[in-house]
Design a protein around this ligand. Sequence first.
Ligand code: MGP
Length: 297
Amino acid sequence: MSATSTLPGPALQASRAALSAALADQDIQSPTDEELENGEIQEVDMQAQAEGIRTVFSDPTNFNVKHPLYSPWTLWFDSPATKGRNLPQTPVSAFPQTPIPQTPGVAAAQGWMEDIKRVISFDSVEEFWGLYNNIIPPSQLPQKANYYLFKEGIIPAWEDEANKNGGKWSIQLPKDKNRAHVDKMWLYTMLAAIGETFDPAPTQGGGGNAVSLITGVIVSTRPQFYRLSIWTRLAPNTNDDDAALRSRIEGVGKHFKINVLGYSESQRLAGPLATEVEFLSHKDSEKKGKSARKIIA
Ligand code: MGP
């Protein structure tokens, strides 16, 4: 019970920021610097979450097999506690990372990206579990926080080249009824993303050149609800030429609703503070819903 955290710097700092924010939100006294320094707070969280799972983080010498993912992914985080705080975003030697590409999209999203902190990148199943077991689950995050898990090289902004013509499937879930389920829903959403099951065409004989529609997944905590979102590279127009794309996008939504979230196809979900699983292009999101064309899964 005395091990210090093995998380690399930025992941540890983001986790601490999330922890302080969660404690502040619940009006619990924040840990002292000394407690944070010796890793006690981190360790309690790891014990609770990592029970029974051995990864490269718990046994770096005897664990010698890595299961590579189809793509590397980057976790990003923001909350009221990260706003205006200069958490480091430097690469971590234990993880393969590339600098944020300085594309026009990134420059355009500068204001939006200011408070969103890059936590870490990973490209194997083992590194995913190492990260997952060391970060605070959505049910314990403060209000107005977000985790963004995006393919490495794509920033979680409409302005990114990979997102600018896309859209998102999302569902809003009232907090009171879903507090006990949201962590599993987020875990299954992340697993479907990194396992590439949302849009499997490119990995099933797509010849390696086909590109998945999925750019990232997000969980958001708001005062009265959670939101889970799946971002896609493209969004269908209304014209017939888009029939194939529309059906591929609808496949993503159905998989999300039925296989990931566990609802039946015919189940209607909208209600007070709750929405259906629905798709909106980012262009329509920017217009804040004015004349928006939603697709319902
Ligand atoms: P949000 O956080 O996605 O929606 O966007 P929410 O949860 O309904 O609103 P909140 O106020 O409770 O957080 C909120 C606002 O952030 C949007 O209306 C935009 O002004 C801005 N915004 C959101 N996104 C995803 C982007 C983005 O990708 N780029 C830019 N420039 N602004 C964004």
